[in-house]
Design a protein around this ligand. Sequence first.
Ligand SMILES: C[S@@+](CC[C@H](N)C(=O)[O-])C[C@H]1O[C@@H](n2cnc3c(N)ncnc32)[C@H](O)[C@@H]1O
Length: 279
Amino acid sequence: MQALPELGEEEFTLWRRLLEERTGIHLVPQQKAFLQSQLTIRTRELGNISFGQYYDSLHEGLASVVEWSTLVDRLVVKETSFFRHMPTFDFIRDYINQRIAAGSLADSFDVWSVGCATGEEPYTLAMIVNECFETAALDSYWGVTGMDISMPALNFARQGIYSRRKLDLVPPPFRERYFRDHDQLRSQIVPAMRERVCFTNGNVIELKKMPLVKMDIISCNNMLIYFRRWRRRKILNSLAERMKKGGILVIGLGEIVDWEHPLLEPVADDSVQAYVCVK
Ligand SMILES: C[S@@+](CC[C@H](N)C(=O)[O-])C[C@H]1O[C@@H](n2cnc3c(N)ncnc32)[C@H](O)[C@@H]1O
């Protein structure tokens, strides 16, 4: 077995800085071994180049953009599941039903899953919106956008094909309705739901580069934990600017503790962390 090339402390600092500057992700010292093994795998795939040569190659020319995207995919945590935190989705369902009952929905209902990984979260949101709209016999436009920095994750998400194991948390009536057998081991999201969800590549620390579309629901779960606290606040401030009045922002429980925004009011419910846009 070949020994792993050593990633020195200075080199580790350089790589951490690069990753944080470009993605916001802050690696802690304990993640050095993880970074070293990912760099080793990639530099071997590229013909055993050194970490230094690889670092330089990420700074020059068009090819560096493609290579950076490959590396980022290897470094991000893409762990996710359908209906990952049930209280959050119950809260979202109740919120949509309240808006419908109040007759306060505009012509289009727009949902954004920020850091959507392989698509389980945006598809879960789509199933919930669909149930609410159908029960209320509403036929106005609605759609879900999933955004992520990882291109391979988005390509996977667009197919909507998942191993049957991944469906364990999906409530049986949703499983019946929204999935079809794809082959012996996998199921696919039905076309009607795939048509409602679009996936786009984007970097949450560069939101200013993206068109300013206002949203009814912004869901940003299990991503902020990888960023420093000042950056979490900055990201949430930009998300707040993209909410429609009456819209909600939902984040993972405890992902930020001391953040407030003049446009938003926190929701008084201990089982979720959510904010309503009141202005
Ligand atoms: C742990 S997953 C969370 C998936 C889903 N939101 C959930 O709660 O199950 C975090 C995702 O955030 C994405 N991510 C990390 N940094 C990002 C950035 N700067 N811009 C956009 N997405 C990013 C990763 O690629 C990864 O897919």
